[in-house]
Design a protein around this ligand. Structure first.
Ligand SMILES: [Cu+2]
Length: 510
C-alpha cells in the first residue's frame, strides 16, 4: 500500500496551461477541456508489495451440442475494497471489478452470452479479435439495461493475448475506468508445441495494468487529467494495490495488458535486466527480443518471459521518460511522461520447478507483399479530437473496404502530442515508420500502435472475409477520452462493387 505522503501535489489549471504553452502545442485544441495537469509521480521503492496478486478467474464455459463453446458475461455494478475495509463503487463482469479470463482455441466456434445488469447501456468489444462486424461489440451493438446479446464467431487467428471492454460511444472511458475489462487468451497448436509456460495463474500470468486515483483513506477517486485523459498516481495489477506474485517455476510468462484509459507505460525490470518480449498484440514474434523497456499505450499487449533464480525478488516497474513518451520534457512532466512506478514484485520460491529453455524460433510470420496492395488510405491525427478533420458520426461510413484485399493505411500524427491508432477486425503489420523499417518489437502482429508526434506510420492489413455493408467496424485513438470526444471513424467491409448501406437511424440496437 502506498503511503499518503506520496499524494501528488495539486497542480493548477494555470500550470497546466503554462506547460502546454511551453510545449508550443495543442493549446487551442485542449484548452477549455478542464485540464488540470498532474504533477510527476515516482513510487519506485515506496510500494510495500503486501498484497498477493489477484488472478482473474478463468471464465467457465460449456460446449453445446453443436460444438459451440459458450461463455457468459454479466456487466454489473458493485463495490470493491481496494484498501481493506474501504469500499469503493466499481463495475465488473461476473464480479465487482474486471472480469474473468476467457480462453479459447483456434478453430473453435464460440458464443458469449452477454447480459447487462447495469442501469445504463453498454457494449462488450472483443479487442484484437477477427470476427464479423455485427459481433464486434462496437458502438452499434449497444446492450440496453436488463437486455442480453449473444455474439458468436469462429476463432480464426493465431494464439494471442486479446481483451474485452465496453465501447459505447462517448462513455468508453467511464465504463472502462469503473472496472469493465478482462482478458481473452487464444491458443493454437503451433504455440502449444513450443512448450512455453502455460499454466494459468502459475507460470502463465495475466498482468492487467491500470492506473487509479485514491483518497488518503483508500477510496477510489477521479484522477487528475492531462492531455491524454485521467492519470492516476497509483498502478493496480488485476485490481490489486501493492501486488506480489509468488513464482514457483524458473520461467514465468507474463501477459501484460495496458487496460488504463490514458496512461502509457515503459515496463522494465527493477534490476535492469533485459525484458524478454515474445509476443505483441496479435501473437508471437518470430523470435524473442531483449529490450531495455516495453512501451505499451492503452489497449496494447505484450507477452514477456522472466527467468528466475531461487529466492530472488524482481520488481516490474514502469519508468517513463520524455523521449519514450514522445513529449517535450516540460509537457512530459505534467502528463505522466516522467513518471516512475513500482508495478509488481515477483518473488521466486527457494526451490523452483525447472523449465526447458525457450525456443529461439517462436513463429513464422509471412510478410505481406506490398505489390498486392489494392487501396491506400490516409488518416491524419490532427490537433483536435478528429481524424482527417472529422469527428466520429455514428451515421457516416468513412471508408469502404473491398473484402479479400490487401490495404495500406498511412497514419500520420501531425500533432505535437502522441495519440494511438487501433483498427478493429484485423491484425496489421507496420511496414514503415517515417520510411524506416520498424524495430523488432513492432515487427509482428499489431492492432493498436502508439503514434509519436509528427510521425508517419505505414500499416499493411488484409481484409479476408466478413463482408457486411450495413455494419461498420471502428478505427480510433485508444486514448479513451480522445475516442469519446470523437477521435474515431467507421469502415465497412463489402463485396466487390457493393456500397456501404448504413445510414443514420439504421443502428443495430438490441
Ligand atoms: Cu488521441
Amino acid at each position: 500500500m502506498l503511503q499518503t505522503r506520496l499524494r501528488r501535489p495539486g497542480a493548477t489549471i494555470g500550470s497546466a496551461m503554462a506547460a502546454l504553452a511551453a510545449g508550443g502545442l495543442v493549446a487551442l485544441a485542449f484548452a477549455g477541456c478542464g485540464i488540470v495537469a498532474p504533477g510527476p509521480v515516482d513510487t519506485v521503492g515506496e510500494v510495500d508489495f503486501d498484497t498477493p496478486l489477484a488472478i482473474p478467474p478463468l471464465a467457465e464455459s460449456h460446449v453445446d451440442a453443436d460444438g459451440t463453446r459458450v461463455f457468459a458475461l454479466d456487466a454489473r455494478a458493485g463495490s470493491t475494497e481496494f484498501a481493506p475495509g474501504v469500499a469503493s463503487e466499481s463495475w465488473g463482469f461476473n464480479g465487482t471489478y474486471l472480469g474473468p479470463t476467457l480462453v479459447a482455441d483456434r478453430g473453435e466456434h464460440v458464443r458469449v452470452d452477454v447480459t447487462n445488469s447495469l442501469d445504463e447501456p453498454t457494449t462488450v468489444h472483443w479487442h484484437g479479435m477477427h470476427l464479423p462486424a455485427a459481433m464486434d461489440g462496437g458502438p452499434h451493438q449497444m446492450v440496453a439495461p436488463d437486455a442480453s446479446w449473444s455474439p458468436e464467431w469462429t476463432i480464426d487467428q493465431p494464439a494471442a493475448t486479446l481483451w474485452y471492454h465496453p465501447h459505447p460511444h462517448g462513455e468508453t472511458e467511464a465504463h472502462v475506468a469503473k472496472g469493465l475489462a478482462g482478458m481473452f487468451v487464444l491458443h493454437d497448436e503451433a504455440e502449444r508445441a513450443l512448450g512455453l509456460p502455460g499454466e494459468y495463474g502459475v507460470d502463465d500470468v495475466p498482468v492487467i495494468v491500470q492506473d487509479a486515483g485514491f483518497s488518503a483513506d483508500g477510496a477510489r477517486e477521479d484522477p487528475q487529467r492531462g492531455y491524454a485523459g485521467g492519470l492516476g498516481d497509483e498502478v493496480l495489477v488485476n485490481g490489486t494495490r501493492g501486488p506480489y506474485l509468488d513464482a514457483t517455476t524458473e520461467l514465468v510468462r507474463l501477459r501484460l495488458l495496458n487496460a488504463s484509459t490514458a496512461r502509457t507505460y515503459a515496463f522494465t525490470w527493477g534490476d535492469a535486466r533485459p525484458i524478454e518480449l515474445i509476443a505483441t498484440d496479435g501473437g508471437l514474434l518470430e523470435a524473442s527480443v531483449a529490450l531495455d523497456h516495453v512501451r505499451l499505450s492503452p489497449g496494447e499487449r505484450a507477452e514477456v518471459l522472466l527467468r528466475l533464480a531461487p529466492g530472488e525478488r524482481v520488481v516490474l516497474q514502469s519508468r517513463m521518460t520524455a523521449e519514450i513518451a514522445g513529449l517535450e520534457s516540460v509537457v512530459a512532466s505534467m502528463n505522466g511522461g516522467a513518471d516512475a512506478f513500482d508495478v509488481l514484485e515477483v518473488r521466486a520460491a527457494e526451490e523452483l520447478q525447472p523449465a526447458a529453455s525457450a525456443p529461439t524460433e517462436l513463429a513464422s510470420i509471412d510478410d505481406f507483399d506490398p505489390a498486392e496492395v489494392v487501396t491506400t488510405r490516409r488518416f491524419e491525427l490532427g490537433d483536435s479530437f478528429e481524424i482527417n478533420g472529422e469527428a466520429m458520426d455514428m451515421g457516416r461510413i468513412d471508408e469502404t473496404v473491398t473484402v479479400n484485399t490487401l490495404e495500406r493505411w498511412i497514419v500520420e500524427n501531425t500533432n505535437a502530442v502522441p495519440h494511438s491508432f487501433h483498427v478493429h477486425d484485423v491484425q496489421f503489420r507496420i511496414a514503415s515508420i517515417d520510411g524506416e523499417a520498424p524495430p523488432a518489437e513492432l515487427a509482428g502482429w499489431k492492432d493498436t500502435i502508439f503514434t509519436e508526434p509528427e510521425t508517419t506510420y505505414e500499416l499493411l492489413m488484409r481484409f479476408d472475409d466478413y463482408a457486411d455493408p450495413s455494419t461498420p467496424y471502428m478505427y480510433h485513438c485508444h486514448l479513451l477520452w480522445h475516442e469519446d470526444q470523437g477521435m474515431m471513424g467507421q469502415f465497412a467491409v463489402v463485396e466487390p462493387g457493393q456500397r456501404a448501406t448504413m445510414s443514420e437511424g439504421t443502428h443495430h440496437e438490441h
